[in-house]
Ligand binder design. Structure first.
Ligand code: OSB
Ligand code: MG
Length: 369
């Protein structure tokens, strides 16, 4: 595959409902869509870097800069046998996994389209549908939280994750348990606590949660191992796991019993598969996270989540929870049984509505070999 052309589009889309984590409340998403042309075939990827550096150090602006000034020159005009060669070819660029992932994933899409196969086949996926869960943000009141969860359960979702932060944690979980009983439930703290909160977090143990996601610092492994020894509830790491090496260290030091895989955080599909395989070899289950992607990124996620060790429901939900309309038509829908079928057309297998993409575009960049 000769990499012939790379296009960037900076888009802004309003969210259907605001989304609040321990670090911020957002009402819209500003993100980059990448289109790579290889041997005459276009592939599309979405960059999950946000406007703010609060989830990770990358932002849409840093990703734009790194793709334009470093990634594009490193791959344009070069020939690769497979998309799996892209991440290693970018080794000289340290970090910037979200920027790398957007380009790498577009090239996986292009390769799958050239071969005329669904992306899931190329990635090694084994399932035809994936199990879907939802991530419910911090709300204005516990009543609003309970109302949202009631809607999600009625739609069929197979597990509920609620965001927590100091002041919105044990009581929020209690409200959910009292109202909804033994539904599969977990919490995500997005790094809002420290080891000094260990006793407070242990108060969550009696609610029989599936796991607590990233309670401690965004780059921490060691303190999570200490905390895991003090908790009955399983720890899942998200932010901390940005390389396969750290995934191995986290598993071997028992800092977590579950891993959240997000290809944006890891640098794309290749590195995600490596983390998936390391976890599988250690008997550690993984699930697929989400970053409020449009249908483009969401479609990539669905294909990746079809690999065998994604044994827990992920944060991959229907388009209508995020964007109305989505950038893809038809949108992604969840079946009443809480599953999403893996698209079976070539590549990511969804139809992009380019008029909607153009309408949401703030800025473009286009470069050829
Ligand atoms: O920590 O998983 C997270 C969204 C933005 C940033 C970080 C996270 C999230 C989510 C939302 O939890 C998942 C989704 O529905 O896309
Ligand atoms: Mg998370």
């Amino acid at each position: 595959m000769r990499i012939e052309r790379l296009q960037l589009r900076l888009l802004r889309l309003p969210l259907v409902h605001f989304f609040e984590t321990s670090f911020e409340r957002v009402y819209n998403r500003t993100f980059i869509v990448v289109i790579v042309t290889a041997d005459g075939e276009d592939g599309v990827g979405e960059c999950v870097a946000d406007q703010t550096p609060y989830y990770s150090s990358e932002t849409a602006a840093t990703a734009w800069h790194v793709i334009k000034d470093f990634i594009a020159p490193a791959i344009l005009g070069r020939t690769f046998e497979r998309a799996s060669e892209i991440f290693p070819a970018l080794r000289a660029i340290r970090g910037h996994n979200m920027a790398k992932a957007a380009v790498e994933m577009a090239i996986w899409d292009a390769e799958a389209r050239q071969l005329g196969v669904p992306l899931s086949r190329l990635l090694g996926g084994t399932r035809l549908r994936i199990e879907s869960g939802v991530s419910v943000g911090i709300q204005d009141s516990y009543e609003q939280l309970a109302d949202k969860i009631a809607d999600e359960l009625a739609a069929g979702y197979r597990r509920i994750k609620i965001k927590i932060k100091p002041g919105w944690d044990v009581d929020a979980v209690r409200v959910v348990r009292e109202r909804f009983g033994a539904v599969p439930l977990m919490v995500d703290a997005n790094a809002a606590y420290s080891l000094q909160d260990a006793d407070h977090l242990a108060a969550l143990d009696r609610f029989d949660l599936m796991m607590i996601e990233q309670p401690l610092d965004y780059d921490d492994v060691h303190d999570h191992a200490t905390l895991q020894r003090a908790l009955r509830t399983a720890i899942c790491l998200d932010e901390s796991i940005h390389t396969p090496k750290i995934a191995r260290e986290a598993i071997e030091s028992s800092a977590c019993r579950v891993i959240n895989i997000k290809p944006g955080r890891l640098g794309g599909h290749r590195e995600s598969i490596r983390v998936h395989d390391i976890a599988a070899a250690h008997g550690v289950p993984v699930w697929h996270g989400g970053m409020l992607e449009s249908g483009i990124g969401r479609a990539h996620n669905i294909h990746l989540a079809s690999l065998p060790n994604f044994t827990l429901p992920g944060d991959i939900a229907a388009s209508r929870r995020y964007y109305a309309p989505d950038l893809i038509d038809p949108p992604i829908e969840v079946r009443p049984d809480g599953t999403i079928p893996v698209p079976d057309g070539p590549g990511i297998g969804v139809h992009i509505d380019w008029d909607r993409v153009r309408h949401a575009t703030l800025e473009t960049y286009d470069v050829r070999a």
